[in-house]
Write a protein that binds this ligand. Structure first.
Ligand code: DAH
Length: 374
């Protein structure tokens, strides 16, 4: 029979001997002192203060001791564990402070250094100007309509009342993609020379009333120089409804130039000829820089309008009834007005761009000063 438990001496339990506890504590304290960073300290914590650390295991032995021996052993182990815990806390704080200091140095940002980021691009001013014009008309209830740049000869010319032998057809120097089989055949294919064929497409696609704004790229066989480019942009507008008159056209134009160039701006119409409008007019806007003050005053020349007082915008008129008929719209019931103008030209006088080539070369040094509007 074994002896009763009460004669059990904690000193006899190897793990609870004072020198063993002192050794465990000293090893833990040495490891804590040697931990060079927070990760190492974490490992030390697991090894020397975790559930399976020598001191924790020793602590478990206490439960098996007789009551009179528990207090003594508990004090010894508890004292050692307390010391280890405090040392861990102190070392943790030291290492955190060291880390914070290092991070401040290593991750410092010198806000005075020049930026080395990729330079951001910029939207092309032609795009932003076109979108601005679209917005003006969308706000008035117009719809944005687009058509193909490779267009049938019929839509680009014939449906617009530009007959095969019409001088306008030769006046517009056209890129032919496919020639018509014969002279009066209408089956050729061209790069559209204007956005007016989108008028035709819009009327063929919709029942009146039709209110569309048609921005787009157009092509003519011009050499690229300071004032010409073989590819450029136009904005076309078409309104077809009952009772529309030239007064509606004039009011619409005035609204557009006021929205783009400022309060009180006005336009004027000069008689002209276009096969697809009757009557037709050339539209000018008041010079938004000198407002006419430069006219006849050599002391106040205006670069924007060349001291003319007016800036030519484009063409306009009441849609020719023949065009309405070609599109299946009854000219007895409906009337329409239309206008079209070039965006490059507007960008030139609106922003004093002197060379058309700057607009097509794609250099961000040209586009960036116009801003990053998105
Ligand atoms: N299509 C014409 C051109 O490119 C411009 C134009 C004139 C458009 C009169 C129109 C208009 O809609 O009514 O020269």
């Amino acid at each position: 029979m074994s002896a009763p438990n009460k004669s059990y001496d904690p000193v006899e339990v190897e793990a609870l001997k004072p020198e063993q506890i002192a050794r465990m504590r000293d090893e833990a304290l040495a490891a804590i002192a040697a931990a060079g960073d927070l990760a190492a300290l974490h490992e030390v914590k697991v090894a020397h203060a975790g559930d399976r650390s020598p001191l924790a295991l020793a602590n478990r032995e206490i439960g098996a001791l007789p009551p009179h021996a528990k207090a003594d052993a508990g004090k010894r182990v508890g004292g050692a564990r307390g010391e280890v815990k405090r040392a861990l806390g102190i070392r943790q704080e030291e290492l955190e402070a060291e880390r914070d200091e290092r991070v401040l140095v290593e991750e410092a940002v010198d806000v005075t250094l020049p930026l080395d980021r990729e330079p951001a691009g910029a939207r092309h001013p032609l795009t932003t100007l076109m979108e601005r014009i679209e917005d003006i008309f969308v706000a008035m209830g117009y719809e944005v309509a687009e058509g193909p740049e490779v267009e049938s000869e019929w839509l680009n010319f014939d449906a617009l009342n530009i007959a095969p032998d019409h001088p306008a057809r030769t006046m517009q120097d056209t890129f032919f993609v496919e020639s018509a089989a014969t002279d009066d055949d209408q089956s050729g294919v061209v790069l559209r020379t204007h956005t007016s064929p989108v008028q035709i497409r819009s009327m063929l696609d919709r029942e009146p009333p039709v209110y569309v704004i048609c921005p787009g790229r157009v092509y003519r066989t011009d050499e690229l120089d300071a004032t010409h480019t073989p590819v450029f942009h136009q904005v076309e507008l078409l309104a077809v409804d009952e009772g529309l008159t030239m007064a509606d056209l004039k009011g619409t134009l005035d609204h557009m130039v006021q929205s783009l160039f400022g309060e009180g701006m006005t336009t004027r119409l000069r008689p002209n000829y276009f096969p697809f409008t009757e009557p037709s007019a050339e539209m000018d806007m008041e010079c938004y820089v000198c407002r006419g003050a430069s006219v006849g005053d050599p002391d106040r020349p205006c670069r924007t309008c060349g001291s003319e007082g007016w800036i030519e915008l484009g063409g306009c008129g009441m849609v020719n009834p023949r065009v309405l008929t070609a599109c299946g719209v009854d000219p007895e019931k409906y009337s329409g007005f239309a206008f079209g103008f070039g965006i490059e030209r507007m960008l030139m006088f609106r922003h004093n761009v002197e060379d058309m080539r700057d607009m097509v070369e794609g250099d961000v040094r040209f586009t960036r000063p116009f801003g990053m509007e998105i």
